[in-house]
Design a protein around this ligand. Structure first.
Ligand SMILES: Cc1cc2nc3c(=O)[nH]c(=O)nc-3n(C[C@H](O)[C@H](O)[C@H](O)COP(=O)(O)O)c2cc1C
Length: 353
């Protein structure tokens, strides 16, 4: 079965949900490990007070019994605690009674750099909130939960994925300076994966390429504007003799400028990918915009927002990479039961040794 993930949920709606299909049966999931990743996503320098309200944890509604997967669709839920302040404004059904709480007044001041203007134009909304609620990165929470499930599957075959911020100290200084000037910042994160065997992904079609899949997964995260694999953009400045990783008689490389992927296929070296995040678009000192209700010049919406979310991105990017590796690994090793998956991996690794 193909491993698939779909999700739904608005930033201030009742909950974020994900359905994972194609997981082998018998995989042990650790609730504390999933919740730990959710907590890591919420932490980080420069995040907004929303993170104190949320304190995310996962609930599982289907597909798991006594801590092991059943081989049936796994339904994950992360509740939005902040929804209690938005029950009228984000009611799924026409709300009853007096308008109270947040989200009551339509938003008509689109923010440059956000989904606001293109979102209302595309879908014909008259309230920018109808666009921004789903465009918000809040739903990355449930993707992090799914990523934790993927990491549990990968751990069965010895693959470990971890995301970090490049230059954490510089980031903190930049956040402090930006906050003082009511501005925002971005940054670069790196995800590494150890234990990836040679042979995940394929050069057979462009859709099969592991590098293309990882790039799409990372570009699928809000505010990511650039992705590189291995030495990426720097390779363009080098000669071939300096750029490629020589092969030893043990079939290992003496360097890893390719970041563990050649021709869209993992080559057995550490996987290294980086993602560049733009500065967040919600500014406390807002940029010029237009009031969609009056057509007059205005300044953009000011709403509670992060100064930076780069450390959170490291966790979200880790989850995205783990997810893509899990998809590629289940394609290669298959199996309805987790033991079949592990045994197929062992057999394959013995062959390529
Ligand atoms: C973890 C995370 C947290 C984010 N938090 C905010 C935020 O608080 N305020 C904001 O304006 N944008 C935030 N963003 C970025 C916006 O969601 C994003 O810029 C917007 O949806 C437009 O999409 P684009 O930047 O991909 O073009 C965050 C992104 C991520 C990955």
């Amino acid at each position: 079965m193909t491993l698939r993930l779909s999700s739904a949920g608005e930033s201030h709606g009742p909950a974020l949900v994900a359905i994972v299909t194609g997981l082998p049966a018998g995989l042990a999931l650790d609730r504390a490990a999933i919740d730990a990743d959710l907590a890591r996503r919420q932490a980080g320098y420069g995040r907004s007070p929303r993170q104190q309200i949320e304190q995310d944890t996962v609930d599982v509604l289907a597909g798991l019994r006594h801590g092991r997967t059943l081989g049936t669709p796994l339904a994950l839920v992360v509740w939005n605690r902040d929804h209690k302040n938005w029950t009228w404004g984000m009611s799924p059904w026409p709300p009853e009674g007096e308008p109270i709480g947040k989200g009551v007044k339509p938003v008509t001041l689109p923010r440059p750099g956000h989904a606001d203007l293109a979102g209302v134009q595309k879908f014909g909304h008259d309230d920018v909130r109808n666009a921004l609620e789903r465009a918000s990165a809040r739903h990355t929470a449930v993707h992090v939960a799914a990523g934790a499930v993927a990491k549990a599957l990968l751990a069965e075959i010895g693959i470990v994925v971890s995301g970090t911020v490049l230059d954490e100290e510089a980031l903190r200084a930049a956040v402090d300076a930006a906050r003082a000037e009511r501005d925002t910042v971005g940054g670069v994160v790196e995800v590494r994966a150890d234990g990836v065997p040679a042979g995940l992904g394929s050069y057979a079609t462009k859709e099969d390429r592991l590098d293309a899949r990882l790039a799409a997964a990372l570009m699928g995260i809000q505010a990511v504007k650039g992705v590189e694999i291995g030495d990426g953009f720097a390779l363009a400045e080098l000669r071939g003799s300096q750029a490629h990783d020589e092969i030893g008689i043990d079939k290992r490389r003496t360097s890893n400028r390719a970041g563990g992927i050649e021709a869209g296929v993992s080559n057995g070296e550490q996987l290294v990918v980086r993602a560049a995040m733009k500065p967040l678009p919600t500014l406390m000192k807002p940029l010029a915009s237009v009031d969609l209700a009056t057509g007059e010049a205005a300044t953009a919406l000011v709403e509670r927002s992060d100064v930076a979310a780069v450390e959170a991105l490291a966790v979200v990017a880790e989850a995205a990479v783990a997810w893509e590796l899990a998809v590629a690994a289940t394609e290669k090793f298959g199996g309805d039961a987790v033991g079949d998956f592990v045994e197929a991996h062992r057999f394959y690794c013995a062959r390529i040794e």
